[in-house]
Design a protein around this ligand. Structure first.
Ligand code: HAM
Length: 436
């Protein structure tokens, strides 16, 4: 009987990162890191597996009830593969609360796992830049976080009109539901969920769901519509809002104006965010292209997470930016760079006697931080050039017997289709000055 072969397919909702994919991933991460570091944020990381209780506390029903990858380990503990990073960063900050100079500004790019139905912008494993600040409960922290988030997209070459930041405040919903609509807490939670999925269902379905949740108020749908249409200018017309919440929203938006970001940031009461830990401003960033409906970023302020671990509370604010939605955004706006191997130099081997001279030459280039791919087997020139072409190399260093004797090398430029004989040092100099 023929042996059954294993499949080469990867697990549903995950990606294999072949070298060309890895080049792109490294590029995305390096731009994200550069911007985070430029704002004084320091990189951290945590374990991929945490206790399930960490997420039960405040991550929210959607993830904990349906999407989490959890299992019992060999010691009988209930554990989960991290679906998000916020509980981990809160745990880590709480564990050193007294030692850390404040404000604490940290970032990380973890891979996260959620059992989702894979689709455009949604996978089961994704990487997510997390940027969080702890210890500043003032809208200046929001301004910094928004500014940093926008700067990341600008650093990728995005234009000001290619994305929108949509902001709301948790108290807005809570106060409107409780005092404006006079809902019971369970009804409020239900309506939040309906609003969260409003864009994914039909108008009729939406009306039916709201009416079913609030059967006692026939005007609920129109009141909610009015709430959703509110602007910063007429926010005081929303029933049930406290003066404090209105003030916070006004302060933030006037700060955004002074910072020069008000043309990108919208007040949008329909932003809900499905996590239980948010207590203050909540926001999402969307591509303006209708091709990408999923949010690029999601974040907000959370006042009560550190208190899960410690007697002291410390307010945090931050966001997650997903690599899948970011890549879709960059593709849509033609912002993906052509990342090649052009900076690697290739040394073909024409005869076995040149092997050790080629090693010496390669060593000299590598010592000057130029990557070298050195052939280990002598082969016909045509074959080796075709390999170099497939790999996308620009520079070829040809070293025959004659060149070795003279300490020279033929430097071939595959892009300009030219070549010249140079001293080793001069060849190195030339390549270095032209590295991209
Ligand atoms: P989130 O909204 O669940 O927030 O995720 C943030 C971003 O990660 C989303 O806007 C999206 O780009 C990406 N993302 C989430 N799930 C997936 C998925 N299944 N496939 C692809 N991309 C995905 C959080 O996770 C919060 N913990 C963020 C945060 C940090 N809040 C405060 N600090």
């Amino acid at each position: 009987m023929k042996e059954q072969k294993l499949t080469t397919a990867n697990y549903k909702g995950t990606r294999d990162f072949f070298p060309e994919d890895m080049r792109l991933r490294n590029y995305l991460f390096s731009v994200m890191k550069q911007v985070a570091v430029s704002y004084g944020y320091e990189e951290y990381d945590g374990p991929m597996i945490e206790s399930l209780d960490l997420y039960r506390a405040k991550t929210g029903e959607e993830i904990v009830g349906k999407q989490i990858y959890n299992f019992i380990d060999k010691g009988g503990r209930e554990v989960a593969i991290r679906p998000e990073m916020t509980p981990t960063v809160a745990r880590m900050v709480a564990s050193k609360l007294r030692d850390l100079p404040r404000p604490i500004r940290w970032f990380s790019i973890p891979n996260l796992w959620r059992y989702e139905q894979p689709g455009h912008g949604r996978l089961r494993e994704h990487w997510q830049l997390n940027v969080d600040m702890f210890g500043v409960n003032h809208f200046r922290a929001e301004l910094e976080i928004f500014s940093l988030a926008c700067d990341i997209l600008f650093a990728f070459g995005a234009s000001r009109n290619s994305f929108r930041v949509k902001v709301s405040h948790r108290s807005l919903l809570d106060e409107f539901f409780k005092s404006g609509l006079k809902l019971k807490p369970e009804q409020g939670q239900e309506v939040s969920k309906i609003l969260d999925k409003k864009n994914k269902i039909t108008g009729d379905e939406y009306v039916a769901l709201v009416s079913k949740t609030i059967p006692e108020d026939a005007t609920a749908v129109s009141k909610i519509d009015q709430f959703l249409a509110a602007t910063v200018e007429n926010i005081q017309t929303i029933p049930g809002l406290t003066g404090e919440t209105i003030q916070k929203i006004n302060d933030l938006f006037s700060g955004l104006k002074d910072l020069g970001l008000s043309d990108i940031v919208d007040f949008d009461p329909s932003v809900v965010r499905g996590f239980d830990y948010y207590t203050g401003f909540i926001f999402e960033i969307f591509d303006t292209s209708p091709k990408n409906k999923r949010s690029l970023y999601g974040g907000g302020r959370y006042d009560n997470l550190i208190g899960l671990f410690s007697n002291e509370e410390l307010s945090g604010i931050g966001f997650g930016l997903g690599d899948v939605t970011l890549q879709n955004f960059l593709e849509t706006h033609g912002l993906l760079p052509n990342l090649s191997n052009a900076n690697t130099v290739y040394i073909p081997l024409l005869d076995d006697t040149s092997f050790f001279a080629a090693q010496t030459l390669a060593k000299q280039f590598r010592a000057a931080s130029v990557a070298v791919d050195l052939s280990l087997q002598s082969q016909k020139m045509g074959k080796q050039l075709s390999y170099a072409e497939k790999k996308g190399y620009r520079w070829i260093l040809i070293l025959g017997e004659e060149e070795t004797k003279n300490q020279t090398v033929t430097l071939k430029d595959m892009v300009h289709r030219s070549q010249e004989e140079l001293k080793w040092d001069d060849a190195l100099q030339k390549v270095r000055t032209e590295l991209s």
